[in-house]
Write a protein that binds this ligand. Structure first.
Ligand SMILES: Cc1cc2nc3c(=O)[nH]c(=O)nc-3n(C[C@H](O)[C@H](O)[C@H](O)COP(=O)(O)OP(=O)(O)OC[C@H]3O[C@@H](n4cnc5c(N)ncnc54)[C@H](O)[C@@H]3O)c2cc1C
Length: 331
């Protein structure tokens, strides 16, 4: 049995709908709140064109939705979001605040914690509530161990790792309040001027949602290796991912990075080519249903995580594998 606990979820938009991670956080908040009849889940969204988002968020588990409306809300700026986020935390008497573990949550969460004089735990994978106390679980030591944190303050802030929570099924019969409020901040309060923002479009599926990912690492040796990996991904209808070494070398875009400081994925099939299997990398892909390792070192740790493995030079193995799969698929 838990005490009454109000949970505030910062919902971020992906184009004109809530991001997948926001719905995962709402699902987590709903399950926590359902343990006590009086607990509420409040979703806060910053934007200027919400469409049916408010009702959508109710159907995905919110009891109340607060839409903070201003053209200043995009792109994210701490100066524009922080004052109203802090005000909403106080107004809703939130004891737990959930934000995405991404660049926005990573920037806003510590600022909000400072403003509210409370604790923040980043990159959380699990939340439990016992009595009035919230326990937040996250990985530490580069993914080798897990730690459970709790705070003495009345409010706890957590940023949540993608794919660590499950959204609840949409129920359009769910009822709740949707309020639209003007942002309290005006243009003169914003100290940073964003000059340009680039959206990198890719042809294939988004890496976060792809059911097949072909990931390349240091063993690919250069951008040419990624061209060979991309051919396999194309045949499988999958996305291309990478280890940090490959991204740091500039062999592929930084957005490809999977791991502790990159993206978290949970595809049906993860093909790791020339990736050693360091714990920092595995922190982002260990939840894949099936891992296939291709590595020329039989002792590479990646084989310990793999259901299937091929030992050898990727340059010799990959073209043959791609050709065979294409043949089987009649391509
Ligand atoms: C705080 C912190 C955060 C980090 N975050 C991340 C993260 O988010 N993601 C991440 O990936 N890393 C991260 N790292 C780095 C991580 O520790 C490893 O250094 C990195 O994952 C290694 O990448 P790799 O396995 O691709 O490269 P390498 O260590 O260079 O391994 C290359 C592998 O390819 C194999 N190989 C070589 N040639 C061939 C060939 N011709 N054919 C087949 N196989 C071949 C080798 O046997 C080896 O196993 C982080 C590190 C720190 C300290």
């Amino acid at each position: 049995m838990t005490d009454k606990i109000n949970i505030l979820v910062l919902v971020e938009m992906d184009q004109d709908k809530a991001s997948d991670l926001s719905l995962e956080m709402l699902g987590c908040a709903r399950q926590l709140a359902d343990k006590d009849d009086e607990s509420d889940v409040v979703a806060v969204v910053f934007g200027d064109d919400f469409g049916t988002l408010g009702e959508d968020l109710i159907s995905f588990g919110a009891d109340e939705v607060i839409l903070l409306e201003s053209t200043l809300c995009h792109p994210y700026q701490a100066d524009t979001w922080l004052p109203d986020m802090a005000a909403m935390a106080k107004e809703t008497k939130a004891s737990l605040i959930l934000m995405s573990h991404n660049s926005t949550g990573g920037d806003l969460a510590p600022r909000l914690a400072f403003k509210l004089k409370c604790g923040v735990a980043t990159s959380c994978e699990k939340i439990t509530i016992e009595g009035a106390k919230t326990f937040l679980t996250r990985t530490c030591y580069g993914g080798k161990a897990r730690e459970v944190l709790s705070f003495d303050n009345e409010v706890a802030i957590a940023t949540i790792r993608p794919k660590s929570q499950t959204p609840i099924a949409r129920d359009i019969k769910r009822c709740g309040d949707v309020k639209t409020k003007p942002l309290s901040v005006n243009k003169n309060d914003v100290r940073v001027n964003v000059i340009e923002r680039k959206r990198i479009e890719s042809d294939g599926p988004k890496i976060e949602n792809a059911s097949v990912i072909v990931a390349g690492g240091g063993g690919l040796g250069g951008p040419e290796g990624f061209e060979i990996a991309t051919e396999l991904a194309d045949v499988l209808g999958g996305a291309v991912g990478a280890s940090r070494v490959a991204c740091d070398q500039g062999w592929c875009p930084p957005g490809y990075q999977i791991g502790l400081s990159g993206k978290t994925v949970a595809p049906e099939l993860y093909i790791a080519i020339g990736i050693s299997g360091a714990s920092h990398h595995m922190a982002g892909c260990a939840n894949a249903k099936n891992i296939v390792a291709i590595n020329n070192d039989a002792d590479a740790p990646m084989f310990n995580f793999s259901r299937y493995g091929a030992i050898g030079d990727y340059e010799a193995l990959l073209p043959a594998l791609t050709k065979q799969i294409a043949k089987l698929k009649g391509q």
